[in-house]
Design a protein around this ligand. Structure first.
Ligand code: UD1
Length: 418
């Protein structure tokens, strides 16, 4: 299994380009199941999670072909409406095939995704709204078995602004009879991107990006073409890479407005940030100060940048309180950072980080999930000596060529067979 080896302590410099957003591409690829024919997406990152999605689409009788970052999906009526455990267990987002299959074909059998390292991650906020739209749903032998002759629009108030739940129900509602009003929905840019694609397929949706989305059902949708938005989490990770090394990094092909909460925190730390129409630049800073951060649904601070920001806080002057409010178990990077010498006290969903510039030393560490991998790489970049990050298959699920991008900024980082 590959590892990543880093010899840190070097300020990064230069410009780097963000890839397409994983979390936008996944729901977009599942939305193709709503309409047979040829769908074309540009700016699709090459990642393990995209491979898993393609595998599931193949299983559902679709074909996919890639040219560079363009991905073509040809959708045909599935022979079987089953999303099997072996594929779903590789990627939780597979549950996003449930809404489209049910709405389009009147039935679906999708394996329960199960928990994952960062928390139990139930799917009640996917299931209950579909029941409210008229689906009969049973859980049997580890599968969600759903059936509905025709879904009917309704008013649905989400208990929590779930990203995946909002996407699944939004897709299902496009083919409902009548109007569906979704309240307290997620406002993430990836939701907005999905709504745009669904609209280009002929769906009648409004309100995306606000907390209420209204969808008037149509009889059928048609395939379309679409450019996936840039990955704001990758862009944020690259900005923090610049910041944590005291470097000067311009991240291109990103939307500054989608990174507002991170940019604000970096400014509070003392970094100087410049933004343009499609780029953000972080300038060198010798000593930044600790700031507190609480994760929250968009436009709050993203949970997917919490681990990377914590790495930055280990190098700040002062004490930072990091509170994780989205997932119950997303501090697994803490003990690995501690192996590098970080002074962090975690308690439940709060971690107190006592920062010290240069206070880390290189060590072998273990990546436990996708964003934890990025956090450990960032810590390694900030550290004199050698850091070896093990289990980097997590990284390949969600970052396209991260080590190559960092190398282009001057980082001494390489991938090696262990
Ligand atoms: C998506 C992102 C993930 C990000 C997360 C929060 C994708 C593919 N993944 O995950 O990278 O970290 O949003 O921004 O886009 N919950 C329930 N019941 C449900 C669904 C969710 O209780 O039915 C809870 C979860 O356990 C979690 C919280 O709601 O505590 C947020 O989850 P959600 O927004 O649904 O995250 P995902 O869509 O899984």
């Amino acid at each position: 299994m590959d590892v990543i080896k880093i010899n840190g302590g070097k300020a990064l410099a230069g410009s780097v380009t963000t890839s397409g957003a994983k979390n936008a591409a996944l729901p977009l690829l599942f939305s193709t199941l709503l309409a047979e024919g040829e769908h074309i997406f540009e700016n699709v990152p090459s990642l393990k999670d995209i491979d898993s999605t393609e595998l599931l689409l193949h299983h559902l009788n679709c074909t996919t072909s890639r040219q560079g970052s363009d991905l073509k999906v040809i959708v045909k009526r599935p022979e079987s409406l089953v999303a099997p455990y072996d594929i779903v267990r590789k990627m939780r987002a597979s549950i996003l095939c449930l809404g489209p299959l049910l709405a389009r074909y009147g039935e679906a059998k999708v394996s329960l995704p199960g928990g994952c390292a960062i928390g139990s991650r139930p799917i009640n906020l996917h299931i209950e709204p579909l029941q409210q739209l008229g689906a009969n749903i049973e859980i049997e032998n580890g599968y969600v078995i759903a059936e509905a002759k025709k879904l009917r629009g309704d008013r649905i108030v989400f208990d929590f602004a779930t990203v995946g739940g909002t996407e699944n129900i939004m897709m299902a509602a496009t083919l409902c009879r009548g109007t569906t009003v979704l309240e307290n929905v997620a406002k993430e840019p990836e939701i907005v991107d999905l709504a745009r694609y669904l609209r280009s397929m002929g769906a009648r949706i409004e309100g995306e990006g606000s907390s209420v989305i209204t969808i008037e059902g149509v009889d059928e949708l048609r395939p379309s073409t679409h450019r996936v938005i840039p990955d704001r989490i990758e862009a944020g990770t690259l900005l923090i890479a610049g910041a944590i090394t005291g470097g000067d990094v311009k991240v291109k092909n990103c939307v500054a407005a989608d990174l507002d909460s991170l940019i604000q925190k970096l400014v509070d730390c003392g970094f100087s940030i410049e933004t343009g129409s499609d780029w953000v630049r972080v300038r060198p800073c010798d000593q930044w100060i600790a700031v507190d951060v609480d994760t929250a649904p968009h436009p709050g601070f993203p949970t997917d940048l919490q681990a990377q920001f914590m790495a930055l806080m280990t190098q700040a002057s002062g004490t930072s309180v990091v509170t994780e409010r989205i997932f119950e178990n997303r501090f697994m990077h803490v003990q690995e950072l501690a192996r590098m010498g970080a002074n962090i006290t975690p308690k439940s969903q709060v971690a107190v980080v006592r920062g010290e510039r240069g206070g880390l030393s290189g060590a072998p560490v273990m990546a436990t999930d996708l964003r934890a991998s990025a956090c450990l790489i960032l810590a390694g970049l900030a550290t004199e000596g050698e850091t070896i990050v093990n289990r980097i298959y997590h990284l390949d699920r969600g970052y396209e060529h991260l080590e190559e991008k960092l190398r282009s900024l001057g980082a001494r980082i390489e991938r090696r067979a262990a």
